[in-house]
Design a protein around this ligand. Structure first.
Ligand SMILES: [Zn+2]
Length: 329
């Protein structure tokens, strides 16, 4: 019997409702916040407001509500006590938390980081413990490990702009080992849509089943030829970056969803918003936020002539299948 691992327990895939496959409700400090304080999402109250809007919009599609996949990985500001407070406060919300790694730059000075010091096998054990036992209350940022009751339900890996560094390759090796051991899916970060194909090839080469890999933020490379090449390896694509006009209009996203669906790849596309900054969330004063897919994007897809069944697949069923563990973890 397949299941999805949320931070408040394992659930049946269909109970996820609308799934936001890559987003951020809580992030407290660490590298990204140091690089840009706009990344600081430390308010439970604001995260609750954002999640409530998302669930209200999700209920127009699924009476059960929705699920946010919080893609903050190891030593990047995870705070499971806060995230669990959010999950408990919002009726109809489920939250999946991540383990795994961000791109090298986020770890600032990496030579002295434990990721550089420990062997891959020991790092894989830490990833696995997040999945099986509970995420460290201190986010593996210090020598004392104190496990919460909240287990990770997805593994992240990430790569830099146009390159996969030795540090990132090591992280991918540890992530792949933990994924194989636990049956947990891997959802990735590409930087500006680069290295998507290389990520797929790397993880598949390490033995991860293609259909347990989603290549993330890939809409940043709105090049259908490239997207098709990646899909032909058997992986999923995770498409987010909604209302991010400084990069590209949403019309590109609509175009990709339409064309990839027409080409028969519609069952391997996931939608996120990646509203991982204060300036991307309504609760902090922005005009868009975590509710974007069910509130704005779904209705727009219908208005632009998409079949309702396809839109439901994009908002719900593809992700319900993807985030299911492959076996007993
Ligand atoms: Zn993100």
């Amino acid at each position: 019997m397949s299941f999805v691992r949320t931070i408040l327990g394992d659930v049946a895939p269909a109970s996820l409702g609308v799934v936001d496959a890559h987003d951020h409700l809580i992030r407290v400090g660490a590298g990204e916040v140091y690089l840009d304080p706009d990344h600081q999402l430390d308010s439970v109250e604001k995260a609750v407001a954002e999640a409530r809007r998302f669930v209200a919009a999700a209920r127009a599609w699924a009476p059960v509500g929705g699920t946010v996949v919080d893609m903050c990985p190891i030593d990047c500001g995870r705070d499971l006590d806060k995230l669990a407070q959010v999950a408990r406060a919002v009726d109809g919300l489920r939250v999946i938390a991540a383990t795994g790694f961000h791109r090298q730059q986020v770890y600032l000075e990496t030579q002295s980081h434990w990721i550089s010091r420990y062997p891959v096998e020991r790092i894989a054990e830490l990833v696995l413990a997040d999945i099986r036992q509970g995420i460290d209350r201190h986010d593996y940022a210090g020598p004392i490990i104190e496990r919460t009751a909240h287990r990770a339900g997805v593994i992240k890996i990430a790569t830099s702009y146009g390159t996969i560094t030795a540090f990132e390759r090591k992280c991918a090796e540890a992530a792949a080992a933990a994924a194989l051991e636990s049956g947990c899916p891997i959802n990735t970060h590409t930087t500006a849509g680069t290295c998507g194909l290389e990520q797929a090839q790397l993880l598949i080469g390490l033995g991860v089943p293609a259909d347990q890999i989603a290549i993330g933020h890939i809409q940043r490379n709105a090049d259908l030829y490239v997207l098709r090449q990646i899909l032909e390896t058997g992986v999923y694509l995770e498409i987010d970056g909604t209302a991010r006009i400084k990069y590209q209009p949403d019309a590109n996203r609509i175009m990709a969803l339409r064309e990839l669906g027409r080409l028969g790849h519609g069952d391997r596309l996931l939608l996120g918003t990646d509203s991982g900054k204060r300036s991307y969330q309504k609760a902090y004063g922005a005009t868009t936020g975590v509710d974007y897919n069910p509130a704005v994007d779904g209705p727009r897809l219908l208005a632009e002539g998409f079949e309702r069944a396809y839109v439901e697949q994009l908002l719900m069923t593809n992700a319900q299948r993807f985030f299911s563990f492959r076996r007993e973890a």
